[in-house]
Ligand binder design. Structure first.
Ligand SMILES: NC(=O)c1ccc[n+]([C@@H]2O[C@H](COP(=O)([O-])OP(=O)(O)OC[C@H]3O[C@@H](n4cnc5c(N)ncnc54)[C@H](OP(=O)(O)O)[C@@H]3O)[C@@H](O)[C@H]2O)c1
Length: 384
């Protein structure tokens, strides 16, 4: 039986995780839940799963939960609450499903405390990947990637001699603007950018999918997780989102991982690893006729992907700078303060103006994150 702490339980990954838990009541149980502002959903989740430890974004909402729940768990709030849930002694497995670099410290703490950490929060790997590995090594923690492409690579690369591998390819749906001309992309609206063709996800990752920054973050994540050079990671656009990743060998052949585009599959893979059990997703429907297509990404229409490769090559704190700029730009776009094309301009501005430094401690990474946020916010204000 695995006992879970789910950080970001009210989000898209968090609620899918709870569906996987419901499918395996004999294998999975919930010990801690943490969320941000959605206190109504968190309260309903608490009543359904009765976790012993609960955290919410603010002290006010923690007080509200204390007075409205039918039982009394340990109640926390804010950054300290995330930590309390991540380190709860009754939970052996942490699902890191908070969005943005806000998930960095709790992910690091859980790895350092020896937990299995199922990381959906790709930003924490992009920002401080090497530090996450160090934390896992120091504390005996285990890092498993929830992102569908990286869960696919984890399966494809298991027990492979790295010397046999020429490259890995992660697939991209191409997002809602895959076949739009540049001028139309430049003027895209919020609703158009939120209209993802194949995945239902939270707003930040959905915008990142429209700019292809999501794929850029995943390129960095793949390099960090599997020790690959920038030249060994490539992206193939595959609009059907059925092939999630491929491994190419020196002899010219490839192995592919295929499954339905449903995040419950990679979530279950991480929670039950190395076991494989029937779950909430049906086996792949091979008898249903379908076509798969593959093409190269267009870096002129999707410059954020090129910026991610640039940051990966630069190394050090460059990925943290890019990630922070992007978080500020996406939030400003969703608030109607920036246009869609301004997102890549903001990212480019921060990457070209703030020099990257060597990746040292978590504190240094957080400093770089803050410096990039300040610069990006100033740039957004000047633009408005
Ligand atoms: N969705 C997918 O299919 C998918 C696939 C692969 C990877 N990912 C990654 O998984 C992560 C989560 O994505 P998502 O789509 O699930 O996002 P989402 O739907 O926006 O959910 C984000 C979750 O994080 C919580 N949260 C945000 N800031 C917080 C803070 N400071 N303290 C505590 N909780 C906070 C939110 O709480 P409230 O809602 O209560 O405010 C919510 O539970 C992202 O890093 C994303 O890139 C997602």
């Amino acid at each position: 039986m695995r006992s879970l702490a789910i950080l970001g339980s009210t989000g898209s990954i968090g609620t899918s995780t709870l569906e996987v838990v419901r499918a395996h009541p004999d294998l999975l149980s919930v010990r801690a839940l943490a969320a941000g502002r959605n206190r109504d959903l968190l309260r309903a989740q608490c009543e359904a799963y009765r976790p012993r430890c609960v955290s919410v974004g603010s002290r006010e909402d923690a007080d509200w939960l204390r007075s409205s729940l039918s039982y009394l768990p340990q109640l926390h709030w804010g950054e300290e609450g995330l930590r309390a849930c991540a380190l709860h002694p009754d939970a052996d497995t942490v699902v890191a499903a908070i969005v943005g670099s806000a998930g960095l410290a709790s992910t690091e703490a859980a790895l350092r405390a020896g937990r299995r950490v199922c990381v959906a929060n790709k930003e924490s790997l992009v920002v401080g990947g090497a530090l996450m590995h160090e934390a896992a090594l120091a504390g005996g923690g285990e890092l498993l990637p929830v992102d569908s492409e990286h869960a696919a690579l984890h399966q494809l690369l298991a027990d492979r001699d790295p010397a046999t591998i020429r490259e890995v390819r992660i697939t991209a749906s191409g997002g809602p603007f895959r076949d739009w001309p540049l001028a139309r992309i430049q003027a895209a609206t919020i609703d158009e950018a939120l209209n993802h063709p194949t995945w239902k996800m939270g707003p930040k990752i959905t915008i990142d999918s429209a700019t292809l920054m999501n794929k850029g973050l995943e390129v960095i994540e793949a390099s960090v997780l599997f020790g690959l050079t920038p030249d060994q990671v490539a992206v193939t656009v595959h609009p059907q989102s059925q092939v999630h990743a491929m491994v190419g060998f020196h002899d010219g052949s490839y192995q592919l991982q295929v499954c339905a585009n449903d995040m419950k599959l990679p979530i279950q893979y991480c929670l039950l690893y190395p076991d494989k059990q029937p779950g909430p997703v049906a086996p792949y429907p091979w008898d249903t006729p379908r076509q798969w297509t593959f093409e190269s990404p267009d870096l002129e229409r999707f410059p954020c992907l090129a910026l991610a490769f640039q940051a990966l090559r630069e190394g050090g704190t460059a990925p943290a700078l890019l990630n922070a700029a992007n978080e500020v730009a996406v939030a400003a776009f969703l608030q109607g303060r920036l246009g869609f094309w301004d997102i890549q301009a903001c990212n480019q501005e921060v990457l070209s103006r703030i020099p990257a430094s060597r990746l040292g401690s978590l504190a240094q990474v957080l400093d770089a994150d803050q410096a990039a946020r300040r610069h990006a916010e100033g740039w957004v204000q000047a633009r408005a």
